[in-house]
Design a protein around this ligand. Structure first.
Ligand code: NAP
Length: 411
């Protein structure tokens, strides 16, 4: 059979047939800056050479995450520069194809793949690691291995292209009740939220726990509220608009706090008593709002953190004794301040968390398959509008929930 060199968007090759060229949204170093200028549609070679544990997936839809805002900016790290020298996944291509969420159809499998076959409809989680990594060989959590990479951020060949190259273990069953677009929207944020809430014993969310969720209407937050609720916990959302708060309530939050009603953000000045007292008064008022919502003087056992610098002092302050502030990002800055008095005297835990392993991703996907967690798919963009979707996210102007973009799917 003669293979066409390139299939335009909307055309589909016969299952398993891989054209030599594909269409991709590509980021290059010389374009680093706003997402609207960093991404450009290009024709590139299809990544047809697979390692034994890899698969090629025909991408139906791709999810939008904050990580490719960072990739566009080239900050805080230049994701392209170190790739040719990557110890585990060297990549000389010199460009970045982002996209860390996808739904699609398995199109080709490597020689050692036995968990999926050509034609399977899948969603992909974004955790990649090398089987040669000593941590992986020792049977430990691959998330702690030096080879761990976020596919479509720390590696190229993500889902913003007609084909994506991934590891077979990333493939999980696509929920039959969801469209391609909705199926591409949830995995990265949801699995991250799952590990944050369930992955750090003994501080695993359980029945009756109050859970404070920053950015409750955002990608992570929508999933955290529903996961907490599914374990019988009491989520309290923080938002910056009342309508976003109402949305959080519709997902299962007991109530919401509009952060615009408070001013004590950022680092309190512990060396200036008057300034600190003012910070403390507002932080106590914030804590009081949690009690009001819960209907009792109960502090959060878990604080679900990602804004970082602006909010960590408050998170540590309101967290319960023996509780945990679990953080996966520092969107507002990394120089967060921890008042150690509260950490040691009240034996609170400040725990970093990053994406999720295979088991956690599969457990979270089960919640979606069982319809206990909704992807909160907010909006579908065309392939051409992948830059626009990232720009909206960068400017915090996107709708509540999780965005996705059509690639080869029509809806
Ligand atoms: P998102 O959909 O944009 O949601 C973030 C939310 O944060 C916004 O909805 C906003 O809600 C809130 N926010 C913004 N500025 C804030 C501030 N100054 N104080 C308090 N809240 C603020 O983004 P996301 O997908 O949830 O991701 C959030 C962050 O987590 C990003 O930095 C992303 O890169 C990171 N992340 C990390 C991992 C990981 O594995 N480490 C995984 C997923 C995401 P309001 O304006 O309504 O408060």
């Amino acid at each position: 059979m003669t293979t066409k060199t390139l299939y335009v968007l909307g055309e589909t090759p016969p299952t398993g047939v891989v054209p030599p060229k594909m269409i991709a949204q590509v980021i290059r170093q010389e374009r680093y800056g706003n997402p609207t200028t960093a991404f450009k549609i290009e024709e590139v070679d299809t990544p047809n050479e697979l390692r034994p544990d890899e698969v090629l997936v025909w991408v139906m839809a791709a999810g939008v995450n904050y990580n490719n805002v960072w990739a566009s900016l080239g900050k805080p790290v230049d994701v392209i520069a170190p790739r040719p020298r990557d110890k585990y996944f060297p990549d000389p291509s010199g460009f970045h194809i982002g996209g860390s969420d996808a739904s699609g159809i398995v199109w080709k499998v490597g020689s050692a793949v036995n968990n999926v076959k050509v034609g399977d409809e899948v969603v992909l989680h974004c955790g990649q690691w090398s089987r040669e990594d000593p941590v992986v060989k020792a049977g430990k959590d691959p998330m702690f291995g030096q080879s761990f990479r976020i596919w479509g951020y720390e590696t190229s060949w993500g889902s913003f292209a007609q084909f994506t190259k991934a590891q077979a273990q990333q493939c999980l069953p696509k929920p039959k009740h969801l469209s391609w677009a909705s199926s591409a929207a949830y995995m990265l944020v949801g699995a991250t939220a799952y590990r944050m809430l369930r992955g750090w014993p003994p501080n695993q969310v359980q029945k009756g726990d109050v859970v404070l969720v920053w950015g409750g209407s955002g990608g992570l937050g929508t999933q955290a509220i529903q996961i907490a609720k599914s374990f019988g916990a009491i989520p309290v959302a923080v938002v910056s608009k009342d309508d976003a708060g109402e949305y959080c309530k519709s997902l299962g939050a007991k109530g919401f706090i509009n952060r615009k009603e408070f001013e004590h953000w950022g680092r309190p000045d512990l060396r200036n008593q008057d300034s600190y007292n003012a910070w403390l008064a507002d932080a106590k008022r914030f804590g009081g709002r949690i009690w009001e919502i819960v209907g009792d003087r109960i502090n959060p056992q878990l604080v679900f953190e990602h804004p970082g610098e602006d909010t960590i002092p408050t998170s540590i302050f309101v967290c319960d004794r023996g509780g945990m502030v679990v953080v996966c990002a520092g969107t507002t800055g990394y120089a967060a301040q921890a008042d150690l008095r509260y950490l040691w005297m009240h034996q609170k835990r400040l725990q970093g968390s990053h994406f999720a392993n295979d088991v956690q991703s599969a457990e979270y996907n089960e919640l979606v398959l069982r319809k206990e967690v909704d992807p909160c798919h907010s909006e579908t963009f065309a392939f051409e509008d992948i830059p626009k979707a990232h720009q909206l996210m960068y400017e915090n102007k996107h709708k509540p929930g999780n965005m996705s973009c059509l690639v080869n799917a029509k809806e």
